[in-house]
Design a protein around this ligand. Structure first.
Ligand code: FES
Length: 107
């Protein structure tokens, strides 16, 4: 299974083996990764699953679709070019080595 690294607010790291087809948000909730709230459960209506994708990882991801880009306008922390909603990042063989940073605030 591909490994995804979550960089937490205190700069510690959690490396998690994630089954293909699982979202980065779902895996975070299942493994109690602090800082991804995911209040809507992945329905693309809360923006509390915001993450910053490491530059080196971004090329492995499909670009955000229009609905995700709209929701990113509502994130609690700073929106940056590398901002994504983790419920919309689905793990594939290509995303092995993905690194995401948890923002300091979600809601
Ligand atoms: Fe609500 Fe991602 S979990 S938008």
């Amino acid at each position: 299974m591909p490994i995804v690294t979550y960089i937490l607010r205190d700069d510690s790291r959690r490396e998690i083996d994630i089954p293909i087809g699982t979202s980065v948000m779902e895996a975070a909730i299942q493994h109690n990764v602090r800082g991804i709230d995911a209040e809507c459960g992945g329905c693309l209506s809360c923006a509390t699953c915001h993450v910053y994708v490491d530059d080196a990882s971004s090329a492995t991801l499909a670009p955000a679709e229009a609905e995700e880009l709209d929701m990113l306008d509502g994130v609690a922390d700073e929106r940056r070019p590398e901002s994504r909603l983790s419920c919309q990042i689905v793990v594939t063989p290509d995303t092995a080595g993905l690194v995401v940073r948890i923002p300091s605030r979600q809601g």
